[in-house]
Structure formats: C-alpha cells, structure tokens
Design a protein around this ligand. Structure first.
Ligand code: LLP
Length: 460
C-alpha cells in the first residue's frame, strides 16, 4: 500500500525513522514517500494498460514542485485548475500538450497564458527561477470549458491572439457519485459543467470556428469515489453524446473521465485499481478503437497514502472523561477532518513493542476516548475525535496518515500559524522540498525584497 511502516515500535518513512526527520526539521511537517508515489503510478498504469489512458495528475491534490517533477518525470501530464497551477506544471517540466486546464471560473489572463506563454505571469522571473522563457512553450493540450459563456471567452481570446484553442466541454450528467456534499460535483444542482443538450448546442454553434475546436468531452463526478458504477453511468451518457455531436460534424477525439478514485483512509476502504479498470476499460473499448484517447485526472489515489503529517504533542489534559492531546498543528495544517468530517488514522510515531497498529482503522477506545486537537482557537480544530490512541507525553509525535492529498494544498495560516515544512524521502535519502514558512514571510510578506520601501510604509 505505502512505505510508511512500523519497525520495532518506530514509524519509518521508507528507510528513515520519522522521528529522525522530525528532530532535524521540526514539526508540523509533511513527509512524502517517493517510492509510494511511483508505485501508485505504476499500479494505476498497469491496471488501465489496455486503454493506455493519458494520465493527468490533479495538481490541486499536492502541488509541491518536487512532487510534480516526480510525476512529470514518470510521464504523467497535469490537470490544472488555475493559472498558477499551470505555471507549476510548466516549472516541473510538463509539456504543454499534456496539460488539461479545468476550472469553473478561469480569468481572461489565465486563458491567455494557457494559449500563449508570452502571457505567463512568470515571464519576468525566468532568470531568477532558472527556467527557459515560457514564451515559446506553446498551447495547453485541452481547455476544459464549463459554460457557454466560458466557451465564448475562450473563442474571443483565441481569436485575439490568433492561436487555435482545443476545448473539451465538461458535462454535468446529473449523477450522484456519493462523495461528501462539498465534493460531489456531477449532480445537476452542482455548479459544474453543462447538460448534454447544451453541450450539443455548443458543438453545433462553434463548428467551423476559425480559432476554437471542440475536440473532447470531460466529466468529473466527485471525490472520493469508492465504486466504478458512477463512472460507467457517465460513460453511457458520454457515448450517446459523442454519437449525437458526431452526426452533426464534431469529431470527439478526447474523453476525459476526471479523477475521484479513492484512497485508503482506513485499511481496505478503497477497491484496488483493477476494480475500477476492469469496469471502465471494457466500457470505453469501442471508443478507444474509434481513435478516442481516454484521459484520467487522478490526484488523491496517487498522493493520499504517499504522505503523512507529523505533529508534536504540546500538552495532554484529562477533562470530562476525555483525554485531550493538544498538538502543534490542527485544522491549519490539515483541514479535512474539520471541513468534511474526514477520518484520518492517527498514531504515535514511537510506541511500545506490540502497540504498532496492524491496520489503519480506529478501534473503539479501550479506555477514555482521545481528542487529537490543534492550537487553533476553535472547537472545530481537531485532527481526530473520540479515538483510541497510545499513551503519549509531551514532545512525543503523532503521525496523521493518508495526508498526502489535500493536506498541504489546503493548509492555511489561520491564527498566524506558519505553513508546515515538506520533506520527500526516497530510500534513505531525505530532501526538504519546502522550508517551514518563516515568521517574517508570514507577518510581512515581501519585506526581504521591499526593504526600505517597507520601512517607509510602516513609518507612515
Ligand atoms: N479533476 C477535477 C476536475 C477535479 O475537480 C478533481 C478534484 C480531480 C480531478 C481530482 O480528484 P481526485 O482524483 O483527487 O479525487 N478537498 C477535497 C477534494 C476536492 C476535490 C476537488 N476536485 C478533499 O480533501 O477531500
């Protein structure tokens, strides 16, 4: 499953004791396992091999550049949802033709930069960042459009720049994939995509446009999804639509089924990739045989179990039949438990022999239930509630598992808590891939660059 394992009571990230990393780097700290990332990619690819999909990693899951470089190096493209995610993909070396640019509300500037690298916001920083001039990087592979109004904006900007835009229309198939209400995206009441009839009308109206071509259809039903059934239903809808628009001249060559495949928050929670692939591959086979390339946008399933959050214990107190373990980070570093009621298995990084967890699943507490909480001034600031946890003392550390996806990318500085550091482990090699945020950068961002100008501002 992953490369975070206990040996003789000590949690290891690949071959390195987690406590040794925390001693050197401090907490709170995200640790990613490179071997796990690459294993997940390999297994996903193998499962879907018969249709050879274009895998575009969903950058929003974990956007650290070292993580992106690892994935791009393994041949993945990128699914980006903002102009700056696009820049990250570019910085990580992703060829633009392997980028799909989604997002329900792209700005004109973001669309411009996607069509022509001369409009990249990093252009003035190319030498500082030791990167080639983005001007010549070309057009993104596909822009996923979510409304007629957006298609019109893209057409107009593409015409202004004289660049041909390839778009995929995001379909809202009115399918409830059963994810959390906040992350279920394929119901007609959700803001995403357009109904099939509107997609067909857009194809008709833009057919033959000199600067915009509808080449694909896109769907993303929600996240996480624990069964292939919603995908199969969506493929049915999309197949009918492909034939319908085809009869009117629009040849679909790209079919993007989005992301959503779950991760194992609790041991065995998510079916293996084969269960998804064995249902999806036969359902799209006839389309692939007609020359349509299937794309997938996996995020969580690659990164979820490839990362842990390590927090330090600051205090332990017992109150009203509960044990409160107060840590140096909570919702500021990992908001998923507070925001979605998500369950992340938490355990001490060092335990007595025999107390290593055999699976990642909260058992009913044997004694007093434990509340694992952070320092933030809200009762909603918790990492786990009412759980079983070994006895811990001040300065011990806890590992929060399956935190590699939507952990750091959703972290905030609420209560002026600096953002955690991030580390990548590969075998016995440990690399700091993002320094802990410095207090000065949190309190006075840009001061290092602005120097005297800043002092003048403060004096006013
Ligand atoms: N493609 C699109 C268009 C998406 O909106 C998403 C996720 C993905 C792909 C990747 O989905 P994945 O394979 O990672 O499930 N913050 C929430 C998850 C929000 C997902 C948003 N979109 C969480 O922590 O659970």
């Amino acid at each position: 499953m992953d490369h975070f394992r206990y040996q003789y009571g000590q949690l290891y990230a690949e071959s390195v004791p987690v406590d040794a990393i925390a001693d050197a780097v401090g907490t709170p700290l995200y640790i990613y396992s490179k071997t796990t990332i690459l294993d997940h990619v390999h297994r996903l690819r193998e499962a879907f091999r018969s249709i050879d999909p274009l895998l575009c990693y969903a950058v929003k899951a974990c956007s650290n550049l070292a993580v992106l470089r690892t994935l791009v190096g393994a041949g993945l493209g990128c699914d980006v949802v903002s102009g700056l995610e696009l820049e990250r993909a570019w910085l990580a070396g992703c060829p633009m033709e392997k980028v799909v640019f989604a997002g329900v509300g792209k700005s004109d500037d973001e669309i411009r930069a996607a069509l022509d690298g001369r409009y990249s916001p990093l252009r003035d920083h190319a030498s500082e960042l030791a990167m080639p001039d983005p001007a010549g990087r070309g057009v993104v592979g596909v822009l996923n459009a979510e409304s007629r109004s957006e298609v019109e904006r893209i057409a107009s900007i593409a015409s202004e720049l004289g660049v041909p835009a390839r778009i995929a229309i995001r379909i809202n198939p009115d399918i409830d994939a059963g994810a959390h209400d906040h992350t279920t995206t394929g119901r007609s009441s959700d803001k995403f995509g357009v109904p099939e009839s509107e997609a067909a009308a857009i194809c008709r109206d833009f057919f033959g446009h000199p600067h915009l071509r509808v080449i694909g259809l896109h769907v993303h039903l929600g996240s996480p999804i624990y069964s292939p059934t919603p995908y199969i239903r969506a493929i049915g809808t999309l197949t009918t639509l492909i034939d319908r628009v085809g009869a009117e001249g629009t040849r679909i060559e790209h079919l993007d089924l989005g992301g959503g495949i779950g991760a194992d928050y609790e041991t065995g929670q998510t079916p293996p990739f084969e269960v998804f692939a064995d249902a999806i591959c036969p359902a799209v086979r006839h389309l692939v045989d007609r020359g349509i390339r299937v794309a997938l946008e996996p995020g969580r399933t690659i990164m979820g179990n490839a990362g842990i959050l390590v927090v330090g214990v600051r205090h332990v107190k017992r109150q009203s039949g509960r044990r409160f373990v107060i840590c140096d980070a909570g919702m500021n570093a990992l908001i998923r438990p507070s925001l979605y009621g998500a369950k992340h298995f938490v355990w001490a990084t060092r335990v007595e022999a025999g107390r290593e967890p055999t699976e990642r699943r909260f058992l009913p507490p044997s004694g007093e239930p434990c509340e694992v909480v952070g320092p933030v001034c809200e009762s909603g600031d918790f990492l786990a509630r009412g759980v079983d946890l070994p006895e811990v003392r001040l300065a011990d550390r806890l590992a929060v598992f399956t935190a590699g996806a939507y952990g750091m990318t959703m972290a905030s500085t609420y209560n002026d808590q600096p953002l955690p550091a991030e580390v990548m482990v590969a075998g016995d090699k440990v690399t700091i891939i993002r320094e802990r945020q410095r207090p000065i950068d949190l309190i006075a961002p840009g001061i290092a660059h602005r120097g005297v100008a800043w002092q003048a501002e403060m004096a006013r």
